[in-house]
Design a protein around this ligand. Structure first.
Ligand SMILES: [Zn+2]
Length: 235
């Protein structure tokens, strides 16, 4: 696939590059990135392809685990092209300047090029990309199961709590290395700050509850069986 020019500002051109592949069946993925956004990355603009490959591997892993192995559902995409955009905070690349999972009929996941520089609690860049893509990818599955739920801010205890929780299932070694990864940080927050808070006002920290359900039910079952409790809740 040839590179295309997507960002036009007076006197500047940003060449967009794409990595593609197939998840399974009709579902394919497209990772969009540019060298220019990596100019300020510690490893320089040549690092863009490596970063994009990390995203690609994380996307494949998320599909393989969440869709195929655990049967959590299909993240619906109108044309079956699941898109991943590596952006930065200075440019509204494809409309979003931050790490984000878009709603709507097409799956679009955004990831900042400096996600690890901003979050060095994780072991390395690859491991934080895997955790974040697991999280954002799962939002797409939630969208497929109940788009109404995903839209409501009062249900963030549900959507964001579950998305942080899924990181612990997909990346268990990384999330439990110490208390500074996303899951333990949020779970401790729940215990310290949110115990007497209305669910309407809780978001990520409710991951503790979903992890509790996961550990409590079907103790001897495989991961797919244990996750069926979580899936049951969203339908
Ligand atoms: Zn989220």
């Amino acid at each position: 696939m040839p590179d295309s020019v997507v960002v036009r500002k007076p006197g500047t051109l940003t060449l967009e590059k794409v990595l593609t592949g197939r998840f399974s069946g009709d579902d394919s993925f497209w990772v969009y990135y540019t060298d220019q956004f990596f100019i300020n990355h510690p490893q320089g603009s040549n690092h863009s392809l490596t970063f994009a490959q990390y995203v690609k591997e994380a996307a494949i892993e998320s599909w393989q685990k969440q869709v195929v192995e655990w049967d959590l559902g299909l993240p619906p995409d109108a044309n079956r092209w699941h898109k991943f955009f590596i952006n930065n905070t200075q440019h509204w690349y494809h409309g979003i300047p931050s790490t984000y999972s878009d709603t709507g009929p097409n799956r679009k996941i955004f990831l900042q090029y400096d996600i690890w520089e901003q979050n060095q609690n994780y072991s390395n860049e690859d491991s934080i990309i895997r955790a974040v893509i697991a999280h954002e990818f799962y939002h797409g599955i939630q969208w497929g199961l109940s788009s109404k739920t995903l839209k409501k801010s009062s249900w963030r205890y549900f959507t964001e709590g579950q998305a942080v929780f899924i990181q612990t299932v997909q990346c268990p070694k990384e999330e439990f290395i110490d208390e500074y990864r996303r899951y333990p940080l949020e779970a401790f927050k729940y215990l310290w700050e949110s115990l007497n808070t209305s669910l309407r006002n809780i978001s990520y920290p409710f991951c503790l509850y979903w992890r509790f359900l996961f550990e409590k039910f079907f103790k001897n079952g495989d991961t797919k069986t244990k996750l069926s409790v979580i899936k049951e809740c969203i339908i």
